[in-house]
Design a protein around this ligand. Structure first.
Ligand code: ARG
Length: 587
């Protein structure tokens, strides 16, 4: 890629001046303002600082050693010591020609592949998957796809909530109130009903709570009957989860639920106690602040009534039961020993921030030697159009299955209005791709840490930053090829690309940035960067297509423009695929 080549030349020039310099951090990035150039580096200023040199002088010295005449029209020193590169049209065209020949699609696989575990989706057994889990599923899947495409070794793991206190109540419900017919018709709803029933009853009746506790102890102690029922509940839930994953096109390498770690929980607590990381507190076991952080950043402190008070991470309850945190610590250890990751990304709701800050801090005290990046990739809530948490009209949490059905139905209407002549089967398929794509894109396009308002009309609109807009843009490019009436792809693989019109040039430069955007997404875990990039790409293409005739142009120009169009289509398709969104050829 062009910026990469510039980077290498620049690093070489710096090393020519200072043979001992470490140059890996010398990067070249697109210029924020095209007025000043195409690419820019600010890295020389840090080199100057390190060497206590005048930055502009250093930039002048580096420039004297820099050989980029084949790629750049000019290189200028600007501001406090920036270098701005103005790239030659021929150099851009050559990069595009290589892409047209299939040598790359504007990104390169990383030279330093990392093993990255992505922990995402992670719904809870016996409960319907709700819209909160959709964000985790969609975000996590897209991040995994992007990391993998960049050449990282990705391990996806669905940390299903299949162990925990809810099973006490569920077991009581199952044993005393089960409606077999309803269980058959809609198992999750029936289990949800049982849970709610027992939960409500236990609020006024302590004996029910105690009975639930005993069922849980029996389950955890290996009671045959309880284990059998528990397994059945998991299996029934798993079926529903799998249906949803099938519809979303999401796959996992592993689905090691919380129960998988049960055999190690006791050991984890014991080890943390022996190492004096954890201690007893009011009959329970917890981990407290070690005072190594300022109170504001310390996850084991909380401000109450103007004072900093202990906020321990509990790993064993006074009744001997274990906590969510205990399981996460055991999970971390298992992942480390099994997959040796350099990085683990947890994709969950923002309300779990404190939990993960504590887990990461405990882990650093427990395994200070482990060199691992632990990241909590958290996200905000989905709101209804009234600005309150997204609910159905009757006030229930919206179920994922119904949401996806509605998306497809609404998309079907849009598609049918636009294309009444297309066969129903085809319209159904387009509606599936557009409907599911819309829901995914509406989610991914947001800054994940903001709450966003769920709006059918917005997400299904053919205008604006939406999935249908991009999917439609893709079909428009494809229609050029249908009209061109030739085996055009093979033709323009060999095409000579000439960038003359300003719209051709802007489109070309935007295509070049695809790889940089993918790297930025992987770095910050933010697929919304890719959404904005694709939206802008569609805009560049629309302006190009409006101002530069393709099929009516003379042979050489036509081939060049067809090649540009084909590259746009490739990037749109691959970009959407990396968001987990399908495309159709006609809409
Ligand atoms: N099951 C949890 C929930 O629904 C999410 C689990 C996230 N992953 C983890 N390792 N804690 O909130």
């Amino acid at each position: 890629m062009l910026h990469r080549i510039l980077e290498q030349r620049l690093q070489k020039a710096v090393r020519a001046l200072f043979p001992d310099a470490t140059t890996a951090n010398i990067l070249v990035r697109p210029c924020p303002d095209p007025k000043f150039g195409d690419y820019q580096t600010n890295a020389l200023m840090s080199v100057a600082k390190e060497r206590k040199m005048n930055p502009r002088q250093l930039a002048t010295d580096v420039l004297a050693k820099l050989d980029v005449a084949d790629l750049c029209d000019k290189v200028e020193i600007a501001g406090a010591g920036f270098l701005n590169f103005r790239v030659k049209a021929t150099a851009i065209a050559q990069t595009l020609e290589a892409a047209a020949r299939g040598e790359h699609l504007f990104f390169t696989k990383t030279e330093k592949p990392r093993t990255v575990v992505v922990d995402f989706s992670s719904p809870n057994v016996a409960k319907p998957m709700h819209v909160g889990h959709i964000r985790s599923t969609i975000l996590g899947d897209s991040l995994a796809r992007i990391l993998r495409t960049l050449g990282h070794h990705v391990v996806t793991d669905n940390h299903i909530g299949d162990w925990g206190t809810q099973f006490g109540k569920l077991l009581i419900g199952w044993k005393h109130h089960l409606d077999a017919a309803m269980l058959q018709a809609d198992p999750i709803s029936e289990m949800e009903r049982l849970y709610k029933l027992v939960n409500a009853a236990s609020e006024n009746d302590a004996s029910i709570l105690e009975a639930a506790r005993q069922e849980l102890v029996k389950l955890q102690g290996g009671d045959e009957e309880n284990l059998r029922i528990w397994r059945e509940m998991i299996e029934l839930s798993q079926h529903q989860f799998n249906d949803i994953y099938g519809r979303l096109g999401v796959k996992f390498d592993h689905a090691l639920g919380e129960s998988f770690y049960n055999p190690w929980l006791r050991e984890v607590v014991q080890e943390l106690r022996e190492r004096e990381i954890a201690r007893e507190t009011e009959g329970a076991i917890g981990i407290f602040s070690d005072g190594s952080l300022p109170p504001k950043e310390d996850p084991f402190l909380i401000q109450r009534d103007g004072e900093w008070q202990a906020n321990p991470c509990l790993i064993q309850k006074s009744d001997g039961g274990f906590n969510y945190a205990t399981t996460d610590l055991a999970t971390l250890k298992y992942r480390l020993e099994t997959w040796h990751p350099e990085e683990i990304a947890y994709v969950t709701d923002g309300r779990q921030q404190l939990h993960f800050r504590q887990i990461f801090a405990v882990f650093n005290r427990w395994h200070p030697e482990a060199k691992i990046k632990l990241a909590h990739v958290w996200f905000g809530s989905i709101l209804g159009e009234d600005g309150k948490p997204f609910k159905t009209r009757s006030g229930e949490t919206v179920k994922l299955f119904e949401l996806l059905d509605e998306a497809e139905e609404r998309a079907f209407k849009v598609v049918s209005e636009k294309n009444p002549e297309v066969s129903e089967a085809e319209r159904k398929e387009i509606a599936r791709v557009v409907g599911i794509g819309s829901v995914k894109y509406a989610d991914l396009q947001q800054n994940r840490q903001s709450d966003y308002v769920f709006s059918w009309d917005k997400m299904l609109s053919l205008q604006g930053n939406t999935a249908p807009y991009l999917q439609y843009a893709y079909t428009r490019v494809q229609s050029i090829f249908r009209k061109s009436g030739e085996a055009s792809l093979a033709e323009n693989q060999k095409a000579k690309i000439e960038l003359i019109a300003p719209e051709e040039m802007s489109l070309a430069k935007h295509l070049l940035n695809f790889g940089l955007i993918l790297e930025a997404v992987a770095e910050d875990y933010r697929p919304n960067f890719l959404c904005s990039y694709l939206y802008e790409l569609a805009g560049h293409f629309a302006r190009f297509y409006e101002n530069c005739p393709v099929l009516k142009a003379e042979k050489a120009e036509r081939d060049s423009r067809l090649a540009l169009s084909a590259l746009t289509a490739h990037v749109l398709k691959q970009g959407l695929e990396l968001l987990g969104i399908e495309t159709v050829e006609q809409m």
